[in-house]
Design a protein around this ligand. Structure first.
Ligand code: ADP
Ligand code: ASP
Ligand code: MG
Length: 457
């Protein structure tokens, strides 16, 4: 059995859905097919909710467009004799969405919980339509077996609840083609939640790992995992093989092609991931695996960038032993759900720096200021400062391990030659990544320089 995931870019139009149908129906073994909302729909659902909350009545026109788009897709892809049945499910869902929008506009209030409900419609609608488009398919409802908990204000997978349920649901029903909505889940109170933006990849990985699939395929609109974001560097090229760690690092450092939490569950089970193009299914794509023979022979694998990064600088007076504080701070922040990048020491001025994402910066500062109030009071810690929004650049490759020092020197020199002053430069924790932080305006130049130096054909 294998698991396939088709993203919004693959399920956006009648034409692309015809490709999805041909790909799935061409497979002669049991498959689980995880689908996203119609391309761009999740953004549209959110924007329309914000309009309704702002008492902007044009939300009604946006809502009507959402209805029309689904109706057009149904008439374009679902066989005529099944269209009536699809409408008996889709029409009440669309009506419910309209009611939710009306509620938002009357109250002029949009809580995170209501927004979770709004975005759930995307995958609930698309999965029903696609399940009637593909021959012999059965629809499975992921909120019946994917549960989330809330941690630090975010939804996280509740694997204790989910894994047994997944096994139970998929072993008690015989199927050859199972269609599953990605992204959406439920909390213990039964309310709709989700796995975060881009989370359909993660749904597919959770199912592949729980059910011991032999392969996970992520179908999208590019020929594979590329050496850089092709929208930034048009000469980026497809990487045919990646190790799990390389793929994890590239995704954690901003490669948008896979949602970062996706890789861990399948890595843990040794299930290979293939990145494939829905519009050119004959192209081999990228294989992510640690299997013998899957090693890259190139020196480096790819470059990435992550926007909205802030550098936090912690300084101490002379004589304060910073190393102990550093360890305590790192533990404290990670217990509070803050991810730290690029921890570097500046022993000359008794300080250290690390980078955090914009979404974490307030939590990081509140946590440190609370916990370190006594030391800040006495002056033992002389300051905790945070930079403006910057961009982190990373270059990733398993082979970095053998040549990290040499590479550091070369990258530093190259940045200096090009008047780029990195705010923080460090090896990643896995020794597979070299990363540094630059001004926003220098992002493209830094990516270009690194790509030309290490990844050009
Ligand atoms: P989907 O709707 O299939 O989930 P996404 O938009 O999430 O698609 O991801 C695919 C897009 O990711 C591609 O269209 C590409 O522009 C972008 N992308 C960014 N970085 C990379 C990279 N390193 N390799 C491939 N694609 C990338
Ligand atoms: N539809 C969701 C999103 O746009 C999930 C996904 O596409 O993976 O974020
Ligand atoms: Mg995606």
């Amino acid at each position: 059995m294998k698991v396939l995931k088709f993203g919004g870019t693959s399920v956006g139009t009648v034409e692309s859905l015809a490709n999805v149908k041909a790909i799935v129906e061409g497979i002669d073994e049991p498959v689980i097919v995880v689908v996203s909302a119609l391309g761009g729909l999740t953004d549209k659902l959110i924007a329309t909710a914000n309009m309704a909350a702002a008492a902007d009545d044009t939300y009604k026109e946006e809502y009507e467009r959402i209805v029309t788009r689904h109706n057009d897709i149904i008439s374009g892809v679902v066989p005529q004799h099944l269209q009536g049945e699809v409408h008996t499910i889709v029409d009440p869902l669309l009506k419910e969405l309209g009611d939710v929008y009306l509620g938002i506009s009357l109250l002029q209030d949009l809580s995170p919980r209501t927004l979770d409900r709004v975005v759930s419609f995307g995958e609930r609608l698309s999965s029903v339509i696609i399940s009637r488009m593909i021959e012999g398919a059965i629809h499975f409802n992921s909120p019946d077996f994917i549960y989330t908990d809330s941690r630090h204000g975010r939804h996280v997978l509740d694997d204790e609840e989910s894994l047994p349920r997944i096994k139970e649901v998929f072993t008690s029903t015989t199927f050859t083609r199972a269609i599953v909505p990605g992204f959406i889940a439920r909390d213990r109170k039964g309310r709709f939640t989700n796995l975060g933006r881009g989370g359909s990849d993660y749904t597919a990985a959770i199912l592949a790992a729980a059910l011991d699939a032999h392969t996970l395929e992520i179908w999208t609109d590019v020929d594979g995992f590329m050496t850089a974001d092709p929208r930034i560097l048009p000469d980026a090229h497809v990487i045919d093989r990646l190790s799990f760690v390389e793929a994890m690092e590239l995704c954690n450092f901003g490669a948008k092609v896979i949602y970062p939490p996706t890789i861990y569950p399948v890595f843990h089970k040794g299930i290979p991931i293939y990145i494939k193009n829905t519009f050119r299914p004959w192209v081999p794509g990228t294989c992510i695996s640690d299997a013998e023979g899957n090693r890259q022979h190139r020196h480096m694998s790819g470059v990435t960038s992550l926007k909205d990064i802030h550098v936090v600088t912690v300084s101490a007076v002379k004589g304060t032993e910073l190393a102990a504080h550093r360890g305590r701070m790192v533990n404290l922040l990670s217990r509070n759900g803050v991810t730290i990048y690029n921890l570097v020491n500046d022993s000359a001025i008794n300080s250290f720096r690390f980078a955090v994402r914009g979404a974490d910066v307030d939590r990081a500062l509140d946590t440190l200021n609370n916990e370190y109030a006594p030391e800040l009071q006495t002056g033992e810690i002389s300051g905790i400062e945070v930079s403006d929004s910057l961009t982190m650049i990373a270059i990733v490759g398993d082979n970095l391990q053998q040549s990290a020092e040499e590479m550091w020197r070369r990258v530093n020199a190259m940045l200096a030659d090009n008047a780029i002053v990195p705010h923080a430069l460090s090896e990643g924790s896995s020794a597979t990544t070299l990363s540094f932080v630059v001004e926003k305006a220098q992002e493209h130049q830094a990516l270009r320089l690194l790509h030309d130096m290490y990844l050009k054909f």
